[in-house]
Design a protein around this ligand. Structure first.
Ligand SMILES: NC(=O)c1ccc[n+]([C@@H]2O[C@H](COP(=O)([O-])OP(=O)(O)OC[C@H]3O[C@@H](n4cnc5c(N)ncnc54)[C@H](O)[C@@H]3O)[C@@H](O)[C@H]2O)c1
Length: 311
């Protein structure tokens, strides 16, 4: 049994990770400042003897005794990370420095939740880990994209300079229960609009594609990465390579929710990537991982969750 620190443990992915670690018999120290996370995500764990919650902002140093760190703290949706872009960069960069410093002091393994956004608006499709990206340093998404890129750099420098055991995973679009219903991400947007029978907003012509990974698959990949051999650092893509256009996704959600919603088209926001799809050969080879849950099955569970969030 390990004592494991999960930063951002009150968020969408973090709360599922806490569930997985508790189920595997570990102790979890969940650290969150509840900027985007919600107490209801971890409410069911509050009385568990192996679960502890600490309200803390990772841009400030943290002194705790743990055996492993999963660093997930960071707002992930554009609405949230653009709300206070300076804080977003601080969380990615200063937060990473603080967590790496803690891992260095304790000589423990640390995993970074990086993102497919490090590829920016990719000129290479689909994206292998070796692709270096096409990222604006000055645009509205830069606080997140460049913050995450700098965090990756810090992880690899701590690895080279201090022999720290690091794991870097590049997460592609993930969806599932406990996503914030108002986070403006496409899956939550479409489902909430469909359940309320409101117009469904499509940006551009709807032909841009995304690949969506169900949360249970993603967390399984994250756990496998943390527990992989010491020589495997990543960065490794974890995501579902099956592509859908925004139009296909909207139509599927309308059908599954039996919604009366209509589609409306709006201009594409600045720097919005047209295509994003992972190559997951490295995850298959090193982690024996690939997604198992098909879009319809995952959407079914997600729609059931969002029904409980309707007020
Ligand atoms: N969900 C996705 O599709 C996706 C894709 C790529 C990368 N990621 C990465 O995975 C991680 C988790 O994403 P998520 O979707 O669960 O987002 P989320 O917003 O639900 O969770 C992030 C959590 O971090 C907390 N947090 C933010 N700033 C903090 C700070 N300074 N100190 C302490 N806690 C802080 C928030 O309150 C929240 O609970 C993020 O690092 C994100 O960049 C997610």
């Amino acid at each position: 049994m390990k004592r494991i620190l999960v930063t951002g443990g009150g968020g969408f992915l973090g709360s599922h990770l806490c569930d997985k670690l508790i189920a595997a018999g570990h102790e979890v120290l969940c650290v969150d400042n509840f900027f985007t996370g919600r107490r209801q995500n971890i409410h069911h764990l509050m009385d568990h003897r192996n679960f502890e919650l600490l309200r803390h902002d990772i841009t400030f140093p943290l002194y705790v005794e743990v055996d492993e760190i999963y660093n997930l703290a960071c707002p992930a949706s554009p609405i949230h990370y653009q709300f206070d872009p300076v804080q977003t960069t601080k969380t990615s960069v200063v937060g990473a420095i603080n967590m790496l410093g803690l891992a260095k002091r304790l000589k423990i393994r640390i995993l970074q939740a990086s993102t497919s956004e490090v590829y920016g608006d990719p000129e290479v499709h689909p994206q292998p880990e070796s692709y270096r990206g096409n990222v604006s340093t000055t645009g509205p998404r830069a606080c997140y994209d460049e913050g995450k890129r700098c965090a990756e750099t810090l992880f690899f420098d701590y690895h080279r300079q201090h022999q720290l055991e690091i794991k870097v995973m590049r997460i592609f679009n993930t969806y599932g229960p406990r996503m914030h219903p108002e986070d403006g991400r496409v899956v939550s947007n479409f489902i909430m609009q469909a359940l309320r029978h409101e117009d469904i907003t499509i940006y551009g012509d709807g032909m841009q594609t995304r690949s969506f990974c169900y949360v249970d698959d993603l967390i399984d990949g994250m756990y496998r990465l943390m527990n992989s051999g010491p020589d495997f650092t990543g960065p490794v893509n974890i995501g579902n390579p099956t592509e859908f256009t925004m139009l296909q996704l909207a139509e599927l959600i309308i059908k599954m929710t039996k919604s009366k919603s209509n589609l409306v088209f709006k201009p594409l926001p600045q720097d919005d990537p047209l295509q994003r799809k992972p190559i997951i050969d490295m995850a298959k080879e090193h982690l024996n991982w690939q997604p198992k849950i098909a879009l319809e099955e995952g959407l079914d569970r997600t729609i059931a969750y969002f029904r409980t969030q309707l007020s």
